[in-house]
Design a protein around this ligand. Structure first.
Ligand code: CTP
Ligand code: MG
Length: 391
């Protein structure tokens, strides 16, 4: 079978980016960096399979993510250096005469057009990489910040004019070419920093125009630019959710995924978390996908006393599969008692963790009903939510 494989490299340490989350797990424009990258290849019609290469400690959560991307055919442990990760990933590419696109997971803004462009030339020539002309002059600088040498931007060689270019990924190869190049590569010749470097000694590598928006998340200051690129354009939609549950003796009170000390909880089939139910419905509404009762029918005994955070997680995974990411959610809880203000921060933390989004995309307000109506008579708690999504 001739297939096209995308090898997504996610096994780096992200040292230059720093932080504790890891750069590929950092939320940007409403979803972790890695998710954006996976979506680009999952949704590309010419890509048949995805091999995901990650650090050993990340393999369980990569496997979990892979469950939502049906093209992922293998999750493989990476190596110490990038090229070792590629070599490991190649072992999970079974076809001999297909195509492989090697891509940095950190390039989350890769466009469908760029993938198509690289693939087309790969099929014609056996090896193609995207590259950009360098707008800046490039210099060698020593540890004391003194310029030691300047690279000429152009050079004459073999009677031709050569120019310095900056290369990106995805880099495309026929599986045979890449496999045999890695098989023959002598690592004593230096550590290859991209795949073309391994191939170019054996097979001509053709350059296609790169994409200036296809930046690699490397330093913390790249995050704002990546976000601006990912947010650019796209469609936004808003959904609305409402839920209400009556108080009941002998039940825990769970709101926004947080257990709140109170003499009574809310009655319901699940844990009766009105906040998470309203949010789930708002998100489903924005995505045009029925409501929580259709997804998780309360006639189904498996949802009895269900953890609503888990239901939200499942609904959100389905929404994301359709290409949506979170712009924001705004919530108003209406409760005469107990006082909710002290728990709002914990709720926001919890919900943002479930949605894998930044905390400031999730706002929660609490109000009383000033003693009026069923809320005022302390018969139950209601919650309103609006959610905006972008695709
Ligand atoms: N990569 C990999 N295996 C390695 C090293 C890097 O799979 N041993 C991946 C990274 O996860 C990244 C891509 O290759 O998606 C490009 O590498 P780079 O941007 O350098 O990322 P890191 O190596 O993670 O960052 P740093 O060099 O700052 O530690
Ligand atoms: Mg690196």
């Amino acid at each position: 079978m001739v297939g096209t494989y995308a090898l997504i490299l996610a096994a780096g340490k992200g040292e230059r980016f720093g932080g504790t989350t890891g750069k590929l797990w950092t939320p940007v424009a409403g979803a972790p960096v890695l998710l954006w990258t996976l979506r680009a290849f999952q949704s590309h019609p010419e890509v048949n399979h995805i091999v995901l290469v990650g650090q050993q400690s990340d393999l369980p959560r990569l496997q979990q993510i892979a469950n939502h991307f049906h093209k992922v055919s293998a999750v493989v442990q990476g190596g110490r250096e990038r090229w070792e990760s590629v070599r490991n990933g190649l072992e999970a590419v079974p076809v001999e005469d297909g195509w492989v696109l090697v891509h940095d997971a950190a390039r989350a803004a890769v466009s469908a057009q760029l993938i198509s462009r690289v693939l087309q030339t790969t099929r014609e020539t056996g090896a193609a990489i995207p590259a950009l002309r360098l707008p800046d002059t490039v210099k060698w600088v020593d540890e004391a910040n003194i310029v030691r040498e300047t690279l000429p931007r152009e050079r004459r060689a073999h009677g031709e004019r050569w120019q310095l270019m900056a290369v990106q990924t995805p880099q495309g190869f026929s599986v045979n070419v890449l496999r045999s190049a890695y098989g023959r590569y002598d690592s004593r010749a230096g550590i290859p920093t991209d795949d073309a470097m391994v191939v170019e000694a054996f097979h001509p590598v053709t350059v296609v125009p790169g994409d200036p928006q296809n930046i690699k998340l490397t330093y913390p200051e790249d995050l704002a630019r990546l976000e601006a690129i990912l947010m650019g354009g796209g469609e936004t939609r808003t959904g609305f959710g409402y839920d209400v549950h009556p108080f009941a003796e002998g039940r825990r009170l769970v709101l926004g995924g947080v257990e709140i000390p109170a003499p009574r909880g809310l009655s319901g089939h699940s844990d009766a978390d009105v906040v998470l139910h309203a949010i789930t419905d708002a998100l489903l509404g924005a995505a045009g996908m029925d409501d929580i009762g259709v997804l998780f029918p309360n006639t189904d005994p498996s949802y009895r006393n269900a953890d609503s955070a888990e239901l939200l997680r499942q609904a959100w995974a389905q929404i994301r599969e359709r290409g949506w990411s979170l712009v924001n959610v705004d919530v108003t809880v209406v409760a005469e008692t107990p006082r909710l203000r002290p728990y709002v921060a914990a709720m926001r933390e919890r919900i943002s963790a479930v949605l894998q989004a930044e905390v400031d995309r999730l706002n929660i307000k609490a109000t009383t009903s000033e003693g009026m109506g069923f809320i005022g008579r302390e018969e139950g708690i209601a919650c309103y939510a609006v959610a905006t999504l972008r695709r």
